[in-house]
Design a protein around this ligand. Structure first.
Ligand code: FAD
Length: 465
């Protein structure tokens, strides 16, 4: 006989496990199914967490070599790549086990296996040749995303790697060619550059990180170049051939000029695509959009009653916290509450050094929408804390409505930007004016004072530059 649940969640990533936890909290009988064998999804297993562990370790490695002497510290530094990878693996293991603990604590059953929607209200889970049937009043699809393929290129995760392979290289390549100048390519490119690789980023567009505010993006690229990363913009990769240990990568510029570049490792990071394979969506009648994303209404309901979708498999930014926010809102809607996500207040971060973080609208978006705005900026070279920690690269930028002074966007290029942006998210969530930030006391000396000073600059009364 089939087990019955109020909510069955397919996928155990930040969308899925948070949905199951929230359902448990609200007294709903919930199950969370993942075929991976370890919970936490892309984020904990092969995404956010392992990449941040390597970014942290490689940043310390480079800092110890290049920055320590400036601070009066003499050290002999040697790379132990296996131990660095061991740190990453340990962190991933602890956090994925933590998710299982949280599911249990909130009385949601964690089920390992591949789930298929047999019909609305019925999910079949297969694992190691066994089959289990679940009845569900509500099914939440949270199956995430997968690496977008580069036409004509086969990823072998040895020489031609996706982000997954780039998180587990066993030696530092002499040369790495990164296809795609988005945040994943720049983060992983930074890891391997710091550890000794010569990194070249080939980007199809005429700029890196296309979603970022243009001024921030330009400043970011300049800093990465200063660090030694190389860029070929307006250039596409058209093919790759293996010649023993060497890859010969064919590229073509916007002007039609072709050339072949030799490299040791090629990282394909041109984006991610929604993952909904083998779910039975066509049979269940669930509608997908032309990009393969599950179509939902603003409450996360699909066109089939009782089937919902959240996270990377539906539209919107592919970010762990966006999936988490949708999970909470979706389950609250199922429970009869008023779940809602404010997409304008979802921050995005690139965890390089310096970090880049943004929330709200960019200048380009405001121009396109014809909204009049004012800008305040403040450089970290004028920030006392940035001086003391020798991290003066970058600036903070606050954009406010020209008439009402409401904060429309905050963009930060600088150390710790990823932590500081939450102040911006809160400002946007609360509908703050730039003057509210300018008049809010910020502890001294902190990097976040730069956001206050940039807010003061909106009205032209910066105190520290
Ligand atoms: P996922 O985390 O992809 O989880 C989906 C799960 O569903 C998977 O575990 C899969 O095994 C399971 N599944 C699929 N089909 C089935 C099925 N039929 N049956 C059972 N289980 C199934 N985001 C950030 O916000 N910050 C970052 O710093 C960040 N860094 C990243 C770095 C890298 C290298 C990558 C690749 C991604 C990064 N992301 C980051 C993106 C983030 O990982 C995703 O946005 C997030 O994981 C999406 O969550 P999700 O729950 O929608 O899906």
């Amino acid at each position: 006989m089939a087990d019955s649940f109020d909510v069955v969640v397919i996928g155990g990533g930040p969308g899925g496990y948070n949905a199951a936890i929230r359902a448990g909290q609200l007294g709903l009988k919930a199950a969370c199914i993942d075929k991976r064998g370890s919970f936490g999804g892309t984020c904990l297993n092969i995404g956010c967490i392992p990449s941040k562990a390597l970014l942290h370790a490689s940043e310390r490695f480079e800092e110890a070599q290049k920055e320590f002497p400036k601070l009066g510290i003499k050290a002999t530094v040697e790379l132990d790549l296996a131990a660095m990878m061991g740190h990453k693996t340990k962190v991933v293991g602890e956090l994925t086990r933590g998710v299982e603990f949280l599911l249990k604590k909130n009385k949601a059953e964690a089920i390992v296996g591949e789930a298929r929607i047999a019909s609305p209200g019925k999910v079949v889970v297969t694992h190691n040749g066994t089959t289990r049937e679940l009845e569900a009043k509500h099914i939440i699809i949270a199956t995430g995303s997968d690496v977008a393929p580069l036409p004509g290129v086969t990823v072998d995760e040895q020489q031609i790697v996706s982000s997954t392979g780039a998180l587990s290289l066993t030696t530092v390549p002499k040369r790495m060619l990164v296809v795609g100048g988005g945040y994943i390519g720049l983060e992983l490119g930074s890891v391997w550059r710091r550890l000794g690789a010569d990194v070249l980023v080939v980007e199809f567009l005429d700029r890196i990180t296309p979603g970022l505010d243009g001024e921030i993006g330009k400043g970011f690229q300049r800093i990465l170049q200063k660090q030694g990363m190389k860029f070929m913009l307006s250039t596409k990769v058209t093919g790759v051939a293996k010649n023993g240990d060497v890859l010969r990568v064919n590229v073509e510029g916007a002007n039609g000029e072709k050339q072949t570049i030799e490299t040791d490792i090629m990282l394909v990071s041109i984006g991610r695509k929604p993952f909904t394979d083998n779910l039975g969506l066509a049979d269940a009648g669930v509608t997908l959009d032309p990009r393969g994303r599950i179509v939902t209404d603003a409450h996360f309901a699909t066109n089939v009653a009782g089937i919902w979708a959240i996270g990377d498999c539906r539209e919107g930014a592919m970010l762990a916290h966006k999936a988490e926010d949708e999970a909470v809102a979706c389950v609250e809607n199922i429970a009869g509450k008023a779940g809602h996500v404010n997409y304008n207040a979802i921050p995005a971060v690139v965890y390089t050094a310096p970090e880049v973080a943004s929330v709200g609208k960019t200048e380009e978006e405001l121009k396109a929408a014809g909204i009049a705005y004012k800008i305040g900026k403040f450089p970290f070279t004028a920030n006392a804390r940035a001086k003391t920690i020798a991290a003066t690269d970058g600036f903070a930028k606050v954009i406010a409505d020209a008439k009402t002074d409401q904060v429309l966007g905050i963009h930060i290029l600088g150390a710790n930007a990823g932590e500081m942006i939450c102040e911006g998210a809160l400002a946007i969530e609360f509908g703050a004016a730039s003057e509210d930030i300018a008049r809010t006391s910020h502890s001294h000396p902190t990097l976040s004072e730069a956001i206050r000073q940039a807010s003061m600059a909106v009205e032209g009364w910066t105190m520290q530059s």
